[in-house]
Design a protein around this ligand. Sequence first.
Ligand code: NAP
Length: 524
Amino acid sequence: MKITGDMLIGASAVRGTDATLRAFDPARNADLEPAFGGGGAAEVARACELAEAAFDDYRHAPLETRAQFLEAIADNITALGDTLIERAMAESALPKARLEGERARTVGQLRLFASLVREGRWLCATLDSAQPDRKPLPRSDLRLQKIPVGPVAVFGASNFPLAFSVAGGDTASAFAAGCPVVVKSHPAHLGTSELVGRAVQKAVADSGLPEGTFSLVVGAGNAIGEALVAHPAIQAVGFTGSRRGGLALVDIAAKRPVPIPVFAEMSSVNPVFALPGALAARGDTLAAGYIDSVTLGVGQFCTNPGLVIGLADPDLDDFIDNAAAAIEKKSTQTMLTAGIAAAYEDGVKQRDASAKRIATGEKSEASSGALPALYRVSAEEFLAKPQLAEEIFGPTSVIVICRDEDEMILVARGLEGQLTATLLMEQDDVELARRLLPVLERKAGRILANGFPTGVEVSYAMVHGGPYPATSDSRSTSVGAMAIERFLRPVCYQDLPAALLPEALADDNPLSLWRLRDGQLGPN
Ligand code: NAP
């Protein structure tokens, strides 16, 4: 498939005339062909009007059609073959194996949502029978189901050009909920976005769905994204990226005449609590695993462990020495964009002013490269300098040394909201872990033991979310089946005649759903 540099608005390819954009190869330090035509408010309006026009037909299409549509997107992405991988490699400097894995994850994610759509539990079909003889007042017949909120705007992340982009988790979960989607292409992977966009566009047509079910807009600067969030047809926003970008969109959404929710996944330092028993038993392996996790994908993961917290003792000293030795063997790697590399360099420079750098990676000639860096501070210093708890996107981390358990709890209590919190522990650490757990539950969306947080499974029980600033809304997740909840709302039907009831709530349960009927859950 050829990349043309056009926007995809409904069934059409549209050449933007407001600006010219080019994709960039950060490893070769060179522009990529072709040039893209950037659009503006007019194209956003067209895409949003089409999405609004598509909404009722799309949400009322049979669930089987919706599920097959998601599977068709997965098939079309797979059919792009190496063309997609090669373009994504050129635009992101990410290695082939990583991008092949990410494609498998993206396709698997679409298939997970297809099976979720078929299974129908997300409809939350609930029936409370009428009680005409109840005293002192009769009770009405009440039935509840969830319906999609309306067209959704999606802003993909720079660091996952497939799994968190055009057909990533936000788009897949919005489609699964029954929402048309307008994606704003990420400037760091314009060609990858167009290829995947065309795969989605083809699936829309082949599934006989209205053309406005999907559009992909491209633009220079913030204006196009601002216009998208402000458009009255848009009813919710999915975003992954910087705290500044996410908050800007939250602000626009809140100031609309009709405010809408923004589900922004933003920043997290993913604290790892290295408990004494674990460090005594296997500190050297843990140090190696920690540094592998910090430097994986040039540290460009939202779940990168940017903080390790331990208790002052000789085992922690050994852990620090081993981690320092391990990071010194990691070399400079090319980052996703020159902008991200510059932000990393600046962040590390500022960190040098507030913490002791104990080790640095090996310099290489990689363009837009990031040199891994490891820091240590006392808990006292850490608590006094809030900037040490801020995310630096890239291969760097801080080790915080606590005097005692109480100080460790104090550090945990002082943390901002996080995507993850990790406990490295052995059996003799259980009591300390038990003290930490209630604190960590209030801080993080996912708590893990004896692993590292990079690597987010796409499954039913996954939570990739958490309190601010990890996200702008901690009540859901952007990865896993529960992500669909963001784009649904409940409607209660009171005393509606059978002829008007949605299929999911009909007496004879024609969709064979598991329903809560008079308080009993089952296929009833
Ligand atoms: P970003 O700068 O926040 O951009 C993400 C998307 O939002 C882009 O499409 C961008 O479009 C758009 N956008 C940003 N600010 C906007 C605004 N004020 N109005 C309208 N649209 C806006 O994130 P990024 O490009 O992925 O990476 C930059 C930084 O984000 C990194 O250095 C890192 O710190 C952080 N990051 C964090 C995570 C995480 O999960 N924690 C993941 C990726 C990146 P335009 O650029 O075209 O305006």
